[in-house]
Design a protein around this ligand. Structure first.
Ligand code: SF4
Length: 209
């Protein structure tokens, strides 16, 4: 997980040491939700910028505990970095650095295998990911036939992290930020998060019995 100090609390956006308040006690019961770190405002994008999503942060700020994840930075890529894209077979696309043509698929998959196992410890009850990203997008990432990005297949796929996460954890609800455009969208997704969180709580209680 990227910098632990980025776990947001409802009061002020950053966890701080000190005496626990009633709100902080309440925060202990909130579900953990993974989120693309750039949507929280971290400057981790390929161009050194962020894509802070004010609407999502505002809606969920007193409802969840964020677990920021940036697959590309956690994998070891620098910021800023060369942009990447997905290329080849839409059912198993490769992750390619756009200018140099370097194929990172194999190394990225090896990192993914380990990282997805670690995420089981985070008790996530949902995940919100950045659309169109070759790592984070869910069904919105254009697939290119080859290194010439002007030639895209008429197909869209999911980013490598998103695809692997949702396959490994099919019970955890996942959404792109582009699918959370309205208060109704967010409320519906929040109920899915609460359902998943309720299942976690039940299984923890069952283990303690
Ligand atoms: S879209 Fe995903 S991989 Fe890209 S900067 Fe955001 S969190 Fe990192």
């Amino acid at each position: 997980m990227i910098s632990p100090d980025w776990i947001f609390t409802p009061q002020d956006g950053h966890e701080k040491p000190g005496k626990r308040t009633e709100m902080q006690e309440h925060a202990q019961d909130l579900p953990f939700v993974g989120i693309s770190a750039c949507l929280l405002g971290q400057r981790v994008r390929y161009n050194g910028k962020h894509k802070r999503h004010h609407g999502i942060i505002r809606y969920f700020q007193d409802k969840v505990r964020w677990v920021p994840i940036c697959p590309e930075v956690e994998f070891g890529l620098a910021t800023p970095r060369e942009p990447m894209h997905l290329q080849g077979d839409p059912t198993g696309p490769r992750l390619v650095v756009s200018c140099s043509g370097v194929d990172l698929t194999h190394e990225f998959d090896r990192w993914l295998f380990r990282r997805l196992d670690e995420l089981s410890c985070e008790n996530l009850s949902g995940i919100i990911l950045k659309s169109r990203s070759p790592s984070c997008g869910i069904g919105s990432v254009p697939i290119f036939v080859d290194g010439n990005q002007e030639v895209a297949l008429a197909e869209y796929s999911s980013g490598l992290f998103a695809r692997a996460f949702l396959l490994k954890y099919p019970h955890i609800p996942g959404s792109e930020e582009n699918a959370l455009n309205t208060a109704e969208d967010m409320e519906k997704f929040y109920h899915e998060i609460l359902d998943c969180h309720g299942q976690h709580e039940l299984s923890v209680a069952a283990k303690q019995d």
